[in-house]
Design a protein around this ligand. Structure first.
Ligand SMILES: *Cc1c(COP(=O)(O)O)cnc(C)c1O
Length: 380
């Protein structure tokens, strides 16, 4: 049976060769007689796996030496609390500025209010999260503990194609980004970032593993109430082993990093190749949507996500059909499922459809989706 194309936003599709390798190594990793799940996290074999995963991630994202890589847990939502618990203490009143461009940054702001004095510097909510407010209009404070944004809004399909230069905006603070749903799909300008965090289940591997990449000088400000195993300084000092790390998830992530390093596209390699592919996949789908009379994506083209493409079918009155139970939406989803195009239903807060096009989604998956969408439109 051919593998279906899985457009889920996360947990999401994985590269098939990675799954095959994991299957082959399940009972015996590199002749040591044990599977990775059975190994001591302090042992020499897992030490090798962890060191290689970190080295490969650093190579892929060109992470500078003065940043620490932490293989943490709890998902991105846990770090919505851990980031303020670790960084808010940099400011006497725990001032935290947040730029709200969709559901996830909104959630981050809400959680941070439990730990600090949150100020919404800009928000795209009034327009329904279809654009990123121009950074020149952001009401940033001069020196908050940090500024938070979500660099790819998985639900609303809004992506920062360039990260803001806070210093140029008159704000002397580290930028914190939630990069859960587009990490490793594009290079990162680390000169503009103080801390990046993200769950692995979108574009890397198994749920649970949560990456934190943090500039060294930001460590050591944790509030006394910060759990020890989530104190980023402790995690950094103990090579992500303040407690038992998610060993199998780290191993799987490591296999994905290896796979990424070997990918080529248009003479490019690694993350640059992934970016070239992401552009092609997204362009193909947005072109299909924009040229059709049936489908609509409301997001401003300047900030449309390459990874998560929400779209709506129109009703007979031309208006977007948000309600998933509408017969036209139902027919679309059933027809897609029958062709092995899975998980296209939009997030419940937005409705309609969403196609997530992560690194592991082959171009053939997008071609199959576009072909189906065109055929469905002809029949509608
Ligand atoms: C999925 C997602 C989250 C939530 O991640 P959990 O691992 O479920 O905590 C947070 N932020 C973004 C941008 C996401 O895509």
């Amino acid at each position: 049976m051919p593998r279906p194309y899985n457009f889920s936003a996360g947990p999401a599709t994985m590269p098939e060769p990675v799954l095959q390798q994991a299957a082959a190594e399940m009972l015996d990793w590199h002749g040591c007689g044990m599977g990775v799940m059975e190994m001591s996290h302090r042992g020499v074999h897992f030490g090798e796996i962890l060191a290689q995963a970190e080295a490969d991630l650093r190579a892929l994202l060109a992470i500078p030496a003065h940043f620490k890589v932490l293989f943490s847990q709890g998902g991105a939502l846990a770090h919505n609390a851990m980031v303020p618990l670790n960084l808010a203490g940099r400011h006497p009143q725990r001032a935290i500025d947040v730029v709200v461009t969709g559901a996830w940054s909104q959630k981050s702001a809400q959680e941070a209010r439990r730990y600090g004095d949150v100020h919404i510097a800009a928000s795209g909510q009034a327009e329904g999260f279809v654009h990123i407010p121009n950074p020149a209009t952001w009401q940033l404070r001069t020196q908050p503990a940090y500024v938070h944004l979500c660099s790819n809004e998985t639900i609303h399909g809004v992506e920062f194609h360039t990260l803001p230069d806070l210093a140029a905006l008159g704000c002397d603070a580290p930028l914190v980004i939630d990069f859960s749903s587009h990490v490793l799909s594009r290079p990162i300008d680390w000169s503009r970032v103080g801390l990046a965090f993200g769950g692995a289940q979108k574009n890397i591997g198994p749920a649970g593993l949560t990456l934190v990449v943090v500039r060294e000088d930001l460590l050591g400000h944790a509030l006394p109430t910060c759990p020890t195993v989530f104190d980023y300084r402790v995690l950094a000092e103990q090579q992500s082993m303040a407690n038992t790390p998610p060993t199998y998830a780290i191993y799987m992530a490591g296999l994905v990093f290896r796979w990424l390093l070997a990918q080529q596209e248009d003479g490019l390699q690694g993350v640059a190749a992934m970016e070239a592919r992401a552009c092609k996949r997204a362009q193909r789908l947005y072109d299909c949507i924009d040229r059709s009379a049936l489908y609509i994506n409301p997001v401003d083209p300047s900030c449309r996500s390459r990874m998560n493409v929400p779209f709506f079918l129109r009703g007979d009155d031309g208006q977007p059909l948000r309600d998933a139970s509408h017969p036209r939406n139902q027919a679309f989803l059933q027809g897609a499922q029958a062709r092995g195009l899975l998980q296209l239903k939009g997030h419940k807060s937005v409705g309609g459809m969403r196609a997530s096009l992560y690194n592991a989604m082959p171009m053939a998956g997008v071609e199959a989706l576009v072909e189906y969408m065109q055929e469905f439109e002809r029949r509608a």
